[in-house]
Write a protein that binds this ligand. Structure first.
Ligand code: HEM
Length: 839
């Protein structure tokens, strides 16, 4: 190097010191590692080697595939940016070069006196024991050779370049270090500098130290990866986390270094701080197990290189250059990195857009989205819902189809209005649609879903429903309470006979409510409504109608996030609390009465007796445990679902019959013919032979299903209805009212014509999806047989014993058919008729 520089000095031409020092370091490493002259090596192109090393380093640093290991994105970016190709090329070049080196070494005898690194490694390879656990291979030799050459050349060259740059920028230091050299080695030029000369050069060593502080060749060391969970400064760092130590910024930290940006080798005078990995404010070679093993060799190369440069030559900038550009090459790289990251995000964005467009296309082609009226922000389709819900939804379905979606505020609701779609929900996907949505009112009134009607699908609901079907709603139970129904009907006939004598109009709504409420109260609570000390007929009716209204009433909290605030303001929450405590008070009285010591359980125990008995038995073996809340939940169901539904059905039947005198005549003729004249009493046995009468009831259920939208269901998994995709947790309403009036299924659907069922197999027990007054599937009304029994016997008594006329001054045209209600839809205007006792 000195020889070459002397030639340039003679010509006074500027020297590219970077290149010169790179060649110096490369020559030293080539000779110590491979015993090959860097300048005369026939396997490498000297001009290209620096480029090649830069490529190798670049390939070792930043790769998208490592930073973006998502869905092959990084791999693809590397592929696009040519990184894969470059890596492949660089590997091939390096591998070819190392193969040549190893071939050369294997083809001749090693230098016994001065074996190079490859000689030593090949010797180890050939002499290693067969059973050695670690096996050295040719690939190991290539790997180590590459380490030496990659880590040894550039690092030393770069440090020398920075040292020279700082010295030229700091003439005072340059002067001082050169004076030291001259003093120690002598003014008379030595032919050759040797490493022993370094021993006396203290200030030169401080210059190297200061250079390594300001310009560590590997500013971020080499990244480490944690192998287990560790804590750093109290922060938890999981295993397999990349750790980067910024030796560059630590070496410039003003907390440790005075005027850290200045090149002041004197700072190390009398300082114990060294670069050997023991002082963590100064880590140019790293520290610990992974510290640079070539440190001594690197320092030797740097110190000797610098000494030569400073001993033989003075240095100045070329004429035209005023300032030294101290920009780091790494900065250039960092700009590239930023650009690459920017490109990567651009790519991600593009990918996202393409995915979105693709998904939308895919969805619209694959997913069949539900039709429905245009929704508005926040309120959804609430503005489309005017009047009674089932009627309004019927009209909307005529426009948007039998399966449509509406938004009740924030809650999507699927409305089904055809028998085929209803069959898919209630039969094909019965289990998927077997849950119920939770609302504030149903939660409260069902004792936190400890009931049958409103509990979401689950083990508890299944156990309770099974128990109820077997123990409370079975045929045996139905027959056991037949006497109650018959006795209560006799009482009804007695009361109506009295009204008949007076020829005064009767409010049939009230009368029928009393009938069904008395039956339900006796068989469910063991309470005779006419004698009860807890509740009277009026109190009962009032409580039932308030409960039903509140359950079906629009509550903000069910459809809007934070809607409870509005429910508070509107008083809805207060009404619910008030109603609940009234109902709970009533149920508590009933329970206490049943739990009284010494209470005599009748031959036919009521629902509460049966459930208390089960409460004491169940759960002891770890099975489903019945609690008093379950008992209250079930009696609340029976009270709310059993009373109004049956009374309303009889009332609608009477309304239609009075509006349709020919049907009234026909049915009464049948009843009286079959039962015979002048019977004192009728029983359920008498119902068996009445065909037309049963058609009248069927037609009533068709035109006036008491729960026209059933009870809402909620999907438990994604389903397809009529080809439309319905996601999990969507509420579904089946508009059985609309289906039962669908002109495609029924001729003259608005007319009351029981004859339509003559010779028809269509029934209302959940198997024919065009007629579903009790619903269908797993959630079908469990009280159906009891309900039908109450309706049939009640109507039969009215028709057998009495003729019915409108109050004086009114005609059929005056009968108001308007409906009202929330879940159970009844007749708004009471039906007043005058009973005329036949015998
Ligand atoms: C004419 C009389 C009745 C009619 C029209 C009727 C109608 C209905 C309807 C439409 C459902 C909803 C079915 C579904 O969502 O698919 C239902 C459920 C229910 N009904 Fe009835 N019902 C009547 C009488 C009764 C009686 C007398 C009781 C009890 C004594 C009762 C107890 C229940 C219960 C507990 C449920 C909830 C079932 C569940 O979710 O699993 N119903 N009823």
């Amino acid at each position: 190097m000195v020889k070459q520089l002397k030639e340039s000095a003679l010509k006074q031409s500027p020297v590219d010191l970077s290149k010169t020092l790179f060649c110096l370091a490369a020559s030293i490493v080539f000779r110590t590692a491979f015993s090959q002259s860097f300048f005369e090596n026939k396997h490498i192109n000297k001009e290209d080697i620096e480029e090649l090393m830069f490529e190798v380093q670049k390939n070792m640093s930043f790769k998208f595939s490592e930073l973006f290991p998502v869905a092959g994105l990084g791999w693809f970016m590397d592929f696009l940016s040519g990184q894969h190709k470059r890596l492949h090329n660089v590997f091939n070049e390096v591998d070819t070069f190392l193969n040549h080196i190893i071939d050369d070494h294997q083809s001749k005898n090693p230098n016994q006196d001065r074996p190079d690194i490859v000689d030593s490694l090949l010797h180890m390879l050939h002499t290693q024991e067969q059973d050695e656990s670690f096996k050295l291979t040719i690939d190991h030799i290539k790997g180590i050779s590459q380490d030496v050459y990659l880590a040894g050349v550039d690092t030393s060259a770069i440090t020398m370049i920075w040292a020279m740059a700082e010295l030229v920028r700091n003439p005072r230091v340059m002067k001082k270090v050169q004076e030291e050299i001259q003093t120690c080695i002598g003014i008379k030029q030595k032919e050759r500098i040797v490493e022993e000369d370094l021993d006396k050069l203290q200030y030169l060593k401080l210059v190297v130290k200061e250079t390594l502080r300001l310009h560590p060749a590997a500013p971020l060391l080499l990244p480490r990866e944690t192998m287990s969970q560790i804590k750093i400064q109290g922060y938890d760092i999981p295993p397999k986390t990349l750790l980067v130590v910024n030796a560059w910024s630590i070496g410039r930290d003003p907390k440790h270094w005075e005027n850290p940006e200045e090149f002041t080798p004197e700072r190390f005078i009398d300082s114990p701080v060294d670069y050997k990995g023991n002082n963590f404010e100064y880590l140019p070679f790293g520290a610990g197990r992974r510290m640079c093993p070539g440190m001594a060799s690197g320092i030797a190369t740097i110190e000797l290189g610098l000494l030569n440069l400073l001993y033989y030559f003075d240095w100045r900038l070329p004429e035209e250059k005023k300032d030294m550009d101290m920009e780091e090459a790494g900065k250039k790289q960092s700009k590239n990195t930023k650009m690459s990251i920017f490109l990567c995000f651009l790519w991600l964005l593009l990918l996202l857009l393409v995915t979105l467009v693709f998904t939308q296309k895919f969805q619209s082609s694959k997913l069949k989205l539900l039709p429905g009226p245009q929704k508005l922000p926040i309120i959804g389709n609430l503005h489309n819902l005017e009047g009674l819900l089932h009627k309004c939804l019927q009209k909307l379905s005529e426009i948007h189809g039998p399966v449509m979606k509406l938004h009740f505020g924030f809650v999507p609701m699927v409305i089904v209005s055809s028998n085929q779609a209803a069959e898919e929900v209630l039969k094909t996907h019965d289990l998927d649609c077997c849950s119920r949505p939770e609302t504030i009112a149903t939660k409260k009134l069902s004792y936190n879903f400890k009931d049958i009607g409103f509990a979401p699908y689950g083990e508890e609901w299944r156990a309770l429903r099974k128990l109820a079907v077997i123990e409370l709603f079975s045929l045996k139970k139905l027959n056991a309470f037949r006497y109650v129904r018959e006795e209560e009907n006799d009482l009804l006939v007695k009361k109506l006979s009295e009204a008949s004598q007076k020829q005064s109009p009767v409010n049939l709504k009230k009368t029928l409510f009393t009938l069904t409420a008395s039956i339900v109260c006796r068989l469910a609570f063991g309470q005779n409504l006419h004698e009860s000390e807890f509740i009277d007929e009026d109190g009962m009716e009032e409580l039932a109608s308030r409960s039903e209204k509140l359950q079906g009433k629009f509550a903000f909290s069910n459809f809007f996030p934070g809607g409870w605030i509005f429910d508070r303001i509107t008083g809805q929450s207060k009404s619910l609390e008030g109603l609940f405590s009234e109902l709970d008070g009533f149920f508590n009285l009933v329970l206490d009465d049943h739990l009284k010591p010494g209470r005599k359980v009748l031959e036919s125990p009521d629902v509460v007796d049966v459930m208390i008995d089960m409460m004491n038995k169940l759960g002891q073996d770890g099975s489903f445990k019945l609690t008093t809340d379950h008992i209250k939940g079930v009696i609340s169901d029976i009270f709310l679902a059993g009373v109004n539904t049956s009374a309303t059905t009889i009332l609608w039947a009477m309304t239609e019959l009075i509006r349709n005198p020919s049907v009234m005549k026909k049915v009464q003729d049948e009843v009286r013919t079959v039962l015979g004249e002048k019977r004192e009493k009728i029983t359920e046995q008498d119902l068996n032979q009445l065909n037309y009468f049963k058609l009248v009831i069927k037609e009533t259920f068709r035109l006036h299903p008491t729960a026209p939208l059933l009870l809402p269901r909620e999907t438990m998994s994604p389903i397809k209805i009529q080809g439309y995709d319905i996601p999990k947790k969507t509420q579904i309403m089946i508009n059985v009212y609309a289906i039962a009036r669908d002109p495609k299924l029924w001729e003259y659907p608005e007319e009351f014509k029981p004859e339509r069922f003559v010779d028809s197999i269509v029934d209302y027990r959940g198997l024919n999806f065009e007629l579903l007054p009790f619903g269908s599937g797993r959630r079908i009304c469990p009280g159906m047989t009891m309900g039908i029994a109450m309706v049939e016997l009640g109507l039969l008594n009215l028709l057998y014993f009495f003729d019915w006329v409108l109050p004086k001054g009114t005609t059929v045209k005056d009968i108001d058919m308007e409906e009202e209600g929330a879940i159970i839809i009844g007749k708004k205007v009471p039906l007043e008729l005058v009973p005329i006792r036949r015998h």
